[in-house]
Design a protein around this ligand. Sequence first.
Ligand code: CTP
Ligand code: MG
Length: 172
Amino acid sequence: MQEVLTAIVYALPAYVTNGTPVVVLRVLGVGHPLDRGKAFWDGRRLLGDGKTFEGLASGVLAGLLASAAVYTFFPGTYRRFLESALLTLGAMAGDILGSFIKRRLGLERGRSAPVLDQLGFMVAALLIAWLPFGPPSWANTTSLTALLLVTAILHVSTNIMAYFAGLKEKWY
Ligand code: CTP
Ligand code: MG
C-alpha cells in the first residue's frame, strides 16, 4: 500500500501535465494547433485540433511546477529533479504521440481510443523518466499495475467531472 501511495505522488507531474490543457483551452476558447493544420501522407491531420501550442505550454509549465512542488515537499520521491521534469515532458510527448497514432488509425479528434487515451501519457512518462535513471525502488508488478489502474479510474472520473462542469464536450 505504501508503495502505491508513493507511486501516485511520484506520478503527480504527469497527471497535472495531462489535465491542465483541458482547463486552459476551455478558458482560452481556441488555440493554435501544433500541426498548423497540416495533413500527413495519408491525407489525415498530423495531430488534429486537440493538440495546441497553448495546451503544450500550459501543460508543461504546470507539470514542471507540480514536479518542483513534489520534489520540495516529498524529498526522496525522485533521485534528481530531472527525473520529475522528464515525467512532465514524457506525459506531454506521450499524449501527442497518442493523437498521432489515433489520426493514423483514422480516428477523428476527440474520438475515444480506449487504453491509449487513459494510459498512453503515463506509460510514456514513466518510460522517459526511467530511461536515464532506471525504475525507482517502489516499482514492482503490483505497484505498477495499481498505478495504471488508479490512472485509468482517475482519467475516466475526471473526464466525467469535466463533462458535467462544461469543460469537455464528451464524457469519455
Ligand atoms: N489540449 C491542447 N493541447 C494539448 C493537449 C490537450 O490544447 N497538447 C486540449 C484540447 O482542447 C483538447 C483537450 O485538451 O481537446 C483534451 O485533450 P485530449 O483528450 O488529449 O484531446 P482530444 O480533443 O480528445 O483529441 P485527440 O483525439 O487527439 O486525443
Ligand atoms: Mg480525448
